[in-house]
Design a binder for this molecule. Structure first.
Ligand SMILES: CC(C)(COP(=O)(O)OP(=O)(O)OC[C@H]1O[C@@H](n2cnc3c(N)ncnc32)[C@H](O)[C@@H]1OP(=O)(O)O)[C@@H](O)C(=O)NCCC(=O)NCCS
Length: 329
């Protein structure tokens, strides 16, 4: 069992206004709605405006959280933004939103664990609060993947979208949220999902230098459906609970077929799964908080529920957390 004196007290989200449907994609590449829905489960995704960046989405997700939960954030003492699409190399998105939110006495940094970023961010927040180093941490998963999408590649452009989700993690000795955790990385397979920055080769292999997301979809798929079930078992075994007794499974929303396969392999009912895939696509670090927020708004997620979050993707990195859902009212 994990040591924890931290509780997730509030969440919020934001997605850009512009909707791009599968039919819209038919105008860009040779594809069709039926193929996309059948192979991925995605119907539409949101696309940020040309002058709208990750910090804008992250900021709005925090405002949404603040408004709904009536939370003061002036005393936040650390901001962690999980993203692989920061506005700039530096400053960090976390520093940008610190300024926009007017938080004076806080640290701020970005964390890049790609699609596993939000669960890694929560993991770090729990560690720092439980160690007594911080008391109130904002964790945001925010992405504008559309800005690094190759809109001529039908195997990737159909999958991704933009969005942001935020959580507030606060010191709470009495009813902590964090029950157990499991993290892992298979960097040996990193070439199956990358976007170049300074280096144009990896492990001796030339890369596509465009900076766009490049993936070998089949390999990522195979990796996820074998690695994630093992991680799910590890994280639940650490707490001594059967997977079947988890209230909700919230996997990274990459592809519905992949999630169905993970559910088949673990015996978790697809009906107990929360995703943000159908209307938002794969928003990388934002998929899990978006799915949590949808589950909350649909009246599915309730305080007291045991929730298994599992992030996985570029790295190839993964991170699972078992939490007790207990937001402020
Ligand atoms: C990308 C992905 C949807 C492709 O689905 P798939 O079932 O593996 O499809 P394949 O690559 O085997 O391609 C099957 C056929 O469909 C075609 N195809 C690929 N994309 C298509 C599209 N958007 N529309 C229509 N046809 C398409 C292929 O060209 C291929 O045609 P062929 O048989 O004539 O060669 C799937 O591999 C996937 O989702 N992988 C995981 C990706 C992911 O989640 N990445 C992020 C992880 S964080």
């Amino acid at each position: 069992m994990l040591q924890s004196t931290a509780r997730i007290t509030a969440i919020g989200s934001y997605v850009p206004e512009r909707i791009m449907t599968n039919e819209d994609l038919e105008l860009l590449v040779e594809t069709n709605d039926e193929w996309i829905v059948q192979r991925t489960g995605i119907k539409e995704r949101r696309i940020a405006k040309e002058d709208e960046f990750t910090s804008d989405l992250a900021y709005k997700a925090v405002l949404n959280m603040q408004k709904r939960f009536n939370k003061s954030i002036e005393d936040v003492d650390l901001i962690i933004v999980s993203t692989l699409t920061p506005d700039y190399r530096t400053p960090s998105v976390a520093s940008r939103i610190q300024a926009k939110l007017g938080i004076k006495n806080t640290g701020a940094f970005d964390l890049n664990a790609a699609c596993a970023g939000f669960t890694y961010g929560l993991h770090v927040a729990n560690g720092l609060i439980t160690a007594g180093v911080h008391k109130k941490i904002l964790v945001v998963g925010a992405e504008t993947i559309s800005k690094i999408t190759d809109w001529t590649d039908r195997t990737t452009c159909i999958l991704f979208g933009d969005g942001a989700g935020a959580a507030l993690v606060e010191y709470d000795e009495q009813s902590p949220s964090f029950l157990s955790a499991h993290v892992g990385s298979n960097g040996e397979s990193a070439i199956n999902l990358y976007g170049t920055n300074l280096a144009n080769q990896m492990d001796g292999q030339e890369l596509n230098p465009s900076g766009n997301l490049i993936q070998n979809g089949r390999e990522v798929y195979k990796w996820a459906v074998t690695t994630v079930p093992k991680g799910m078992k590890a994280v639940t075994e650490k707490y001594g609970i059967e997977l079947a007794n988890v209230s909700w499974f919230v996997p990274h929303s990459a592809n519905m077929r992949m999630i169905e396969s993970i559910c088949d392999r673990t015996g978790v009912s697809i009906d107990k799964t929360l995703t943000s895939l159908v209307h938002y696509g794969n928003t990388s670090a934002a998929t899990i908080p978006l799915a949590l927020d949808l589950g909350l708004n649909e009246g599915k997620l309730k305080n007291g529920d045991i929730v298994l979050l599992y992030g996985f993707g570029g790295g190839l990195a993964h991170s699972g957390l078992l939490i007790k859902w207990n937001l402020d009212n």
